[in-house]
Write a protein that binds this ligand. Structure first.
Ligand SMILES: Cc1ncc(COP(=O)(O)O)c(C=O)c1O
Length: 394
């Protein structure tokens, strides 16, 4: 097989690859080039929300690619219009901008917040407060928005205009809310930061504070959005409706999309020529996203996600290697007592299960459509790996 050596030779070595090459997938199971099967509790980092090659999604994408694969954003397409309408009406936003990734969705949000502030208050009100331990992307600006020093390296100079507040510490946020601030940007569950859920009271207080001072609240739902946490948007569970919500990952079901949703009050801030993307809102990608949104919106779908999340949590809490289970719905963080998450990931892979890590924790983001059988089988592999660790540690 040439895949691994050729990739290692020709790709920039930016990723810590696992030593397997994926060849195909069906349901929530993928197959590597050697024919080994893996139950996937990672969904390509939360992307394959409907699993591998979901029939309705495949149909929608194939039909679209055979009809019109691309046109420029100077022309309208029915599929883009339909997706925009359904996304806005399901989330109660007024307008959306489509890009190609989570970072791009956040770039749009940052530009929108700064422009709103500039239009209304003039210069020198462009600071954005983000939270420590956050992750917002890998472009220069979203890296800067990311509140982790480890990402603020090498690529100097970073753009200015960001300050970082301690998550769940309202006093710290208040102390940083000076008259240069135009927006606060948060994840409701800090995914890359270790699957850390913000306190509901804190989130509500931040939303109130922003409203009082005409500061825009941007919620980055790139990882939490489109059913991942058991509601279409995680913000529903916190009782807030942010001015801006960003989406990506699971929305496309496997094709690259980013979406920046904005409320009615700020819907016309980004006028002609203020933003754009060659590929953003591509018809094939929109067709895939529409298929995802239709399935996630079907009656009972999200209840099922919540139910599966509860089952995972209660099974994991029976395992004595598990110190705590964090997150919401099918976004699960597992704090371990004795083992390193990276070792658990390797042992799971060898046993036919793909999991993720986030900081020192194991992270699960299984497809939202995972069957009971695949869920149970995957969980038993994970528990066995963790329990073997217990006996190894004794
Ligand atoms: C919360 C959050 N925001 C933004 C991003 C960046 O998304 P992308 O890699 O699609 O640019 C990620 C990716 O992990 C994320 O988890």
């Amino acid at each position: 097989m040439y895949t691994i050596p050729t990739s290692d030779q020709y790709l920039m070595p930016t990723y810590g690859h696992q030593p397997i090459a994926m060849a195909s997938g069906s349901g929530c199971t993928c197959i590597d080039e050697d024919g080994n099967a893996y139950i996937d509790f990672g969904s390509g980092i939360g992307v394959n929300s409907l699993g591998y090659c979901n029939p309705a999604w495949v149909n929608a994408v194939c039909n679209q690619v055979q009809t019109l694969q691309h046109t420029s954003n100077y022309y309208y397409t029915a599929v883009q219009a339909e997706l925009a309408q359904m996304l806005c009406s399901r989330t109660q936003y007024a307008r959306v901008f489509f890009g190609n990734s989570g970072a791009e969705a956040n770039e749009c949000a940052i530009k929108l917040a700064r422009k709103y502030s500039f239009d209304r208050y003039g210069n020198n009100r462009g600071t954005i407060i983000s939270l420590k331990n956050s992750f917002h992307g890998r472009t220069m600006t979203t890296l800067t928005a990311t509140g982790q020093d480890v990402f603020h390296n090498y690529f100097f100079p970073f753009p200015g205009g960001f300050t970082y507040a301690e998550a769940n510490n309202l006093e710290d946020l208040k102390a940083k809310l000076d008259d240069t601030v135009c927006a606060v940007m948060i994840e409701l569950v800090q995914g890359e930061g270790g699957v850390c859920t913000l306190d509901s009271d804190y989130v509500k207080a931040v939303a109130d504070l922003c409203k009082e001072q005409d500061i825009l609240l941007i919620v980055d739902e790139v990882q939490t959005g489109i059913g991942r946490t058991g509601t279409l948007l995680a913000s529903e569970q916190f009782g807030i409706h942010p001015n801006i919500t960003t989406l990506a990952k699971g929305l496309g079901g496997g094709l690259p999309i980013g979406a920046c949703l904005v409320d009615a009050e700020h819907a016309d801030v980004m006028g002609p020529s203020t933003h754009g993307s060659t590929f953003g809102g591509n018809p094939v990608v929109c067709a895939g996203a529409l298929a995802v949104l239709q399935q996630v919106s079907a009656g009972g779908f999200l209840d099922d996600v919540l139910d599966k999340g509860c089952r995972i949590r209660s099974r994991l809490l029976q395992c004595s290697e598990v110190a705590a289970v964090t997150g919401l719905g099918l976004m699960v963080g597992i704090q371990l007592k004795t083992r390193k998450a990276a070792d658990v990931l390797q042992d799971c892979r060898k046993a036919g299960l793909l999991v993720l890590t986030a900081k020192q924790n194991v992270r699960l983001l299984p497809p939202l459509t995972i069957s009971d059988d695949e869920l149970n089988e995957g969980l038993e592999i994970l528990i066995k790996v963790l329990e073997n660790a217990e006996s190894a540690a004794q």
